[in-house]
Write a protein that binds this ligand. Sequence first.
Ligand SMILES: C[S@@+](CC[C@H](N)C(=O)[O-])C[C@H]1O[C@@H](n2cnc3c(N)ncnc32)[C@H](O)[C@@H]1O
Length: 279
Amino acid sequence: MLESVLDDLVLSDAEFRKISDLVYQHCGINLHNGKKELVRARLAKRLRTLHIRCFEDYIDYALQDPGEFTNLIDSLSTNLTSFFREVQHFDYLKDVFYPKMLAKKKQQSHFRIRAWSAGCSSGEEPYSIAISLLDAVGGLGRWDVKVLATDISTRVLQTARLGIYEKDRIEPLTPAQKQRYLVRAKREGQWYEVAGTIREVIIFAQLNLMGEWPVRGPLDFIFCRNVMIYFDKPTQERLVNRYFDLLDSGGLLFTGHSESLTGIHHRFEYVRPTIYAKP
Ligand SMILES: C[S@@+](CC[C@H](N)C(=O)[O-])C[C@H]1O[C@@H](n2cnc3c(N)ncnc32)[C@H](O)[C@@H]1O
């Protein structure tokens, strides 16, 4: 009964504006008018779970309860990701960037490598970065490798920390990578768990890109892919310039396939589509 009432729930323009302002102020996500139905449908599920009958009451509730505010943000963010997504980035790292970076670091006897997956979702991206790095250095040995993996959503971070994925999701890994970096999970069905060698190089943390960053540079490269697409241009510009300041010279910024830096004031050099270097 309640379910059918909620399916007919009306989200007024004023309520939609209130929600989109709150979301924008908190995490920079820009919910334009075209997103109204999506917002209604996704939040209707929260109302159903909480037995709340209208959006006005739900907004009041979320404003008073920080846990529910997190759920609201979680419900409205998109977490789509996969292992070795946009594989040309990993090819560029393997074929061009790592050989140069490793040679330079060896020459300087400086064995520290730092990467950041900013907006890491459920973990596939930072695990892919860690796998590509461990493949490149051929085992940690004297190398001090860390991949910082952050997201605003505590829900996706839980999945990321767990590091257990179904067989279909790990298909992009080569047979050698599967053998080296995955173990069968103790779960019914075809589930695989990320091995300790990979886990030990990743640091997961909750971080709102709009807030303070307790991140110590310089970093060798940053992945901020398919995150900025939800932000407006001024927010993207601030973010990109903060990334610039954190990178080592020669360091790289990777953006998502539809996120070019065109129309943004920045100091990066263009390398190839969605890859930018700090001179
Ligand atoms: C579509 S996923 C992208 C995942 C991965 N980078 C990839 O390209 O496959 C976008 C992620 O950005 C996160 N996100 C959105 N706004 C954020 C913010 N202000 N601070 C940190 N993470 C944010 C979302 O929670 C979501 O997990």
